[in-house]
Design a protein around this ligand. Sequence first.
Ligand SMILES: NC(=O)c1ccc[n+]([C@@H]2O[C@H](COP(=O)([O-])OP(=O)(O)OC[C@H]3O[C@@H](n4cnc5c(N)ncnc54)[C@H](O)[C@@H]3O)[C@@H](O)[C@H]2O)c1
Ligand SMILES: O=C(O)C[C@H](O)C(=O)O
Length: 329
Amino acid sequence: MTQAPVNVTVTGAAGQIGYALLFRIASGQLLGADTPVRLRLLEIPQAVSAAEGTALELEDGAFSLLDGVDIFDDAKRAFEGCNVALLVGARPRTKGMERGDLLEANGGIFKPQGEAINAGAAADVKVLVVGNPANTNALIAQAHAPDVPAGRFTAMTRLDHNRALAQLSGKLNTPVSQIKKLTIWGNHSATQYPDVFHAEAAGRNVAEAINDEKWLAEEFIPRVAKRGAEIIEARGASSAASAASAAIDHMHTWVNGTSSDDWTSMAIPSDGSYGVPEGLISSFPVRCSGGNYEIVQGLEINEFSRPRIDASVNELVEERDAVRKLGLV
Ligand SMILES: NC(=O)c1ccc[n+]([C@@H]2O[C@H](COP(=O)([O-])OP(=O)(O)OC[C@H]3O[C@@H](n4cnc5c(N)ncnc54)[C@H](O)[C@@H]3O)[C@@H](O)[C@H]2O)c1
Ligand SMILES: O=C(O)C[C@H](O)C(=O)O
């Protein structure tokens, strides 16, 4: 290794997604095959032993890019010197829990983690929130890290993007690699809007190729938006390997860039583009280059798309207002 290792902090490291994620990071798929990494795992005290077990397996992987693994149950220490933060651990909704309870419980996790990132992360830190409700958890963490540029806090809609690519690939009988310029708008929730009106499949406009708004409205959109629930129903647990894969994709794209003929979907702080209130962490079409990203501008939003984008954005406004009431942002 000639380059200094990049510090990657992963929270919820002993969970399902953590287990699928850590080995891919160690093998170089997060940052690239030339970049050594040091893993810093954060868990709650009861799960530290399980994280230690995973660290033994990481050692047994003999990954040439893995500089070492440190395990913490203290956020302040876990985020010291952190360059890349993958915030996976979150409080899941349990029976009888109202949305307000869920937001409050997650506030108890993401507020101290935001403070810890503010206190000790490296100047170039990039944060991806995976733990649900991801967009609003990212907003909470960001609100407690006033010294970190707000745009470094992002939330994951890449899984939704990948799910939509797969559905379109099947429908159009076109390889996933040939489908470009798809957009997920809004929240990582059932209100999200997968937009195909600017997408291209093998160079052809996807909406025109499908030419069936009924299929879009009644099959494609609900299939993508409710895919998380479909997986939970089938597996008895939420998506894990596909979520880990999407987290890898999100950060890899942010660091290494999008190709010139494509864009991706990332939930990022709105600058007011497309009528999304400034500051909300909402999913947009995004181009990445040189470790930065920018919202793709100038897309025409048609009558089919506008109310669907607005519905998801309104849900984000409600979540923001709820955490505001709780004093979390
Ligand atoms: N954004 C997305 O596309 C997407 C997709 C799938 C899952 N998710 C979400 O990701 C989260 C994790 O999923 P999972 O299947 O790995 O769950 P899991 O329950 O298997 O693991 C979560 C882990 O987080 C840990 N944890 C809890 N509080 C913590 C804290 N304060 N600090 C550090 N660790 C903490 C737990 O001990 C547990 O090991 C869930 O919120 C899930 O809903 C998001
Ligand atoms: O964990 C969930 O509620 C579902 C998850 O966000 C997913 O999209 O698979």
